[in-house]
Design a protein. Structure first.
Length: 592
């Protein structure tokens, strides 16, 4: 019996869908037929109106020409000036009328006939003007039979052309008149026919719906009894679930649960989000993940090996714990993660340890720079004394051999150039590692970027490289040492300019705000840096270009570390390099 009732309800629902769709189709057909009929009718009326206007204009222009011919002939026969008034009044209106007629109908045959009529029309006017010109200064009438005959022949040609065009216009208009009469009669008949069909279908649909509603009311009464019994159980489960969610939401770590998704062979191919606490939503900047798939929403889990690690947790039951860097879906942070198996799935707790990692990197960098500075100062001290002695000895030697100046000058120049290079190298070593006293002040990021771009302006012009700045509005001011920050950014910009091909490069500085931080990206489209050289980029004396001392970026890193500004770099060989300066909120100026 239940199966039978279910079958009847399903058949009734299908019939209602068919009736509803059929009614909609009839209404759409009715609407389309009415629209098409009205549109055809309007098109016919518009075309008839255009042809009527064309007939009127064609008649008027022919009448004007006839009036001009009659006026000119009357004057030629009588020399009476009053005869020329219609002639003079008719001239000058022809251009406007021809232009109006040319715009009325849009077909090549009409334009060609109109051009031919204009030529014949102008010929008549020209002949009349010649005859009138011959009478200037002659008081008595004289017969010009040949001229009158020529104008008459030309006028006859215009008359024939006019008659032909009038006949053609009337014939073409008749087609649209027939369409107008037919469409004017079809519209009411079509409308009545389809309206009756729509009314019949709607009535049938209403009857079936009414019967279905009565059946639904009886079913609702049965359901209310069962729902009342389930309400108590739902309330109990809801209270327990709310309590668990509150416990999870107060956790400082992100907590998420997943269910395994298997293919036909039983292999885990993905995981489905089952739950996510408040901290997880904050970290991932998503609150819509429940019910969605991990690899679909976060495809970076595949290449990074996280997905395989989670699969291993589900298969073996062994927990997974690791610290890793994750970049993708708007996330670029370090995480500490701990995953355990949960039935046919797993639960993972994770926390953002980016700031801890940054602090570790800054401390390690500071220790490395301090050690390098100590070694550098020792080496500089040990080198400067003998260097000074060599310099004095060379000056003394130069005085002793002045009689052979031309012979020994190249050798002294080589010695002097290399002594200066060693001195510059020592000064650069000391500058890159020395402790700086910061003169902090509130600076607008736009002013900092503009100053750095001005410092490399000459290099941009020399290498024919484009410089672009894109500074987001309403960025906070930052507390920095303006001169030192300008030096750091300028060093990065110089390296970027030197890495680009002349005439093809583009240096871009882009400042914007992300998750409370202000980011300044300095990017180029130069040759790029191989992945194996990225870690060596900030080491002293490492340089990717000939003649470089390899201390500019070391100095830059030292300056940025002293300001607690994180420096990141990413590069692709053949595509370019991007340096990113991260200004944390604690360097923002008060009130920004």
């Amino acid at each position: 019996m239940p199966h039978e009732a279910y079958s009847r309800e399903r058949d009734e629902r299908r019939l209602l869908v068919v009736l509803y769709v059929g009614t909609l189709v009839l209404l759409v057909i009715l609407l389309y037929a009415t629209y098409a009929n009205v549109r055809r009718y309007n098109d016919s009326v518009t075309s008839i109106r255009r042809y009527n206007y064309a007939l009127i204009e064609l008649t008027d222009i022919f009448s004007d020409l006839q009036d001009q011919e009659t006026s000119a002939r009357g004057y030629l026969l009588t020399r009476e000036p009053s005869f020329l008034e219609p002639y003079e009044a008719g001239r000058g209106r022809d251009s406007i009328r021809f232009h109006r007629m040319d715009s009325l109908l849009d077909n090549a045959g009409w334009h060609a006939q109109l051009d031919m009529l204009r030529i014949k029309y102008d010929r008549v006017q020209h002949l009349l003007a010649e005859q009138l010109a011959d009478t200037v200064g002659v008081r008595s009438p004289r017969s010009d039979v040949a001229g009158l005959d020529r104008s008459k022949v030309a006028m006859d040609e215009v008359r024939m052309m006019h008659a032909l065009m009038m006949a053609q216009l009337r014939m073409e208009r008749e087609t649209y008149l027939s369409n107008e009469r037919r469409d004017g009669l079809d519209a009411p008949i079509t409308l009545i026919f389809y309206s009756l069909l729509a009314i019949a279908a709607t009535a049938l649909l209403f009857w079936r719906l009414s019967r279905s509603l009565r059946n639904t009311e009886h079913a609702k009464l049965d359901l209310r009894i069962k729902l009342a019994e389930l309400d108590k159980e739902v309330l109990t489960r809801t209270s327990i679930q709310d309590m668990l969610e509150n416990v999870l939401d107060i956790s400082p770590n992100g907590i998420m649960a997943f269910r395994s998704i298997h293919d036909q062979a039983g292999t885990i191919v993905d995981f489905e989000f089952l739950s996510s606490n408040r901290q997880a939503n904050v970290i991932l900047k998503r609150d819509d993940l429940i019910g969605k798939r991990l690899l679909t929403e976060m495809p970076e889990n595949g290449p990074t090996g996280l997905f395989d690690a989670y699969v291993n947790v589900v298969k073996t039951g062994l927990p997974y714990q690791n610290e890793f860097y994750y970049q993708g879906e708007g996330i670029s942070s370090w995480f500490s993660s701990h995953a355990v198996r949960l039935e046919d799935g797993f639960m993972v707790t994770f926390s953002d340890i980016t700031e801890q990692k940054r602090a570790q990197e800054v401390n390690a960098e500071a220790d490395r720079i301090a050690l390098t500075g100590q070694i550098t100062r020792t080496v500089a001290h040990e080198v400067r004394n003998p260097l000074t002695n060599i310099h004095l000895a060379v000056e003394q030697m130069h005085d002793e051999v002045q009689d052979r100046e031309e012979l020994v000058r190249p050798f002294f120049q080589i010695i002097d150039r290399n002594l200066k290079r060693i001195g510059t190298l020592i000064n650069g070593m000391l500058e890159s590692t020395r402790q700086r006293e910061l003169k902090l002040g509130a600076c607008a990021l736009k002013d900092i970027v503009t100053g750095a771009m001005d410092h490399v302006a000459d290099r941009l012009v020399l290498k024919e490289v484009k410089g672009e700045m894109d500074i987001a509005p309403d960025l906070p001011s930052v507390m920095v040492d303006h001169d030192l920050i300008n030096l750091a950014i300028t060093n990065i910009a110089i390296n970027a300019v030197e890495a680009m091909e002349p005439g093809k490069g583009r240096l871009r500085m882009h400042a914007y705000r992300v998750r409370g931080e202000v980011l300044l990206e300095i990017s180029d489209n130069g040759k790029g840096i191989p992945a194996e050289n990225l870690d060596r980029l900030f080491l002293p004396f490492y340089s990717g270009r000939a003649g470089g001392l390899g201390l500019g970026l070391t100095t830059t890193r030292s300056i940025l570390n002293s300001h607690r500004i994180k420096l990141e770099v990413r590069s692709a060989v053949g595509e370019g390099t991007t340096f990113t300066l991260r200004f944390p909120p604690d360097v923002f100026a008060p009130g920004s």
